[in-house]
Design a protein around this ligand. Structure first.
Ligand SMILES: Nc1ncnc2c1ncn2[C@@H]1O[C@H](COP(=O)(O)OP(=O)(O)O)[C@@H](O)[C@H]1O
Ligand SMILES: [Mg+2]
Length: 251
């Protein structure tokens, strides 16, 4: 299963991915999280302490070029995160969660982090996963990645929305693009929901019901301020992490 997340900046994508990673781990799944945000902070959210040690995927481009020169065919043939030595070098494992980071992206002329995104796209497409393995892709804000087709290889896209018009506008645009690149499953996830009015606003504006409603949570805010991991947080989140888990598993 390969799941990407999108939505307007600051709506809670990284937070929700970390909480989903925690639930999947609890379920006994092997989770690989890929942090593709140019200013990554997934490591802290997950509680992976030594994140600086992880070699960014951006550096893989060089290595791939070397390998491609030596061998016939795609170096991504039969990629499997468990056994592939190439991938092992670029990930860090912490309590059954593996993390990869795209890295400090050097943006080329025209604002495109093309080589990195190319590697990411290839990796997502070619990675062969067992039923137990899940890849979670955390992305920067907006629709850029969809535009470049980076996420075309995922089976599910979560679009995070908060009860605001601008977040809804972005979400609907993302949904349209996701359909254009034929992502099989697109799910809305509501975040920072305070009351029934927020809930109803989201349902009406989206034209469908989000699969999970994450409440506005002082525990999450406090954790962020004290730089504490939130991966195992359950308190004060109502049933939202469980609802999300069930929705992504419902395929
Ligand atoms: N449900 C929530 N309740 C309270 N604060 C939240 C919630 N979700 C996210 N936040 C806070 O909002 C900020 C942005 O969240 P983040 O996950 O980094 O968003 P994104 O990845 O979409 O940019 C962070 O400070 C985070 O702690
Ligand atoms: Mg983020």
């Amino acid at each position: 299963m390969k799941i990407a997340i999108s939505g307007k900046g600051g709506v809670g994508k990284t937070t929700i991915m970390a909480l989903l990673a925690g639930k999947l781990r609890q379920q006994g799944r092997e989770v690989l999280v890929i942090d593709a945000d140019p200013s990554p902070h997934m490591a802290q959210t997950l509680g992976v302490g030594n994140a600086e040690e992880v070699k960014p995927i951006a550096e893989m481009t060089k290595l791939l070029a070397e390998r491609a020169g030596k061998s016939e065919g795609s170096p991504f043939y039969n990629l499997n995160p468990d056994v592939n030595d190439l991938l092992q070098d670029f990930m860090i494992k912490h309590e059954n969660i593996r993390l990869m980071v795209l890295g400090a992206v050097q943006v080329a002329e025209g604002g495109c982090a093309c080589p990195e995104n190319h590697v990411l796209r290839k990796m997502l497409k070619k990675m062969l996963l067992t039923a137990k393995e899940v890849v979670l892709l955390d992305m920067e804000a907006g629709v850029e990645h969809l535009g470049r087709g980076t996420v075309a290889g995922v089976d599910q896209l979560l679009i995070v929305v908060i009860p605001s018009r601008s977040s809804i506008r972005t979400a609907l645009k993302i949904k349209q693009m996701a359909e254009d690149v034929k992502i099989p499953r697109v799910l809305f996830v509501a975040n920072m929901v305070q009351d029934e009015e927020d809930r109803q606003f989201l349902i009406d504006a989206l034209g469908e019901e989000p699969v999970a409603f994450f409440p506005d949570s002082s525990t999450i805010r406090k954790a962020e301020r004290s730089e504490t991991a939130i991966i195992d947080l359950e308190q004060g989140l109502e049933d939202a992490p469980e609802q999300l888990l069930q929705a992504v598993n419902a395929k």
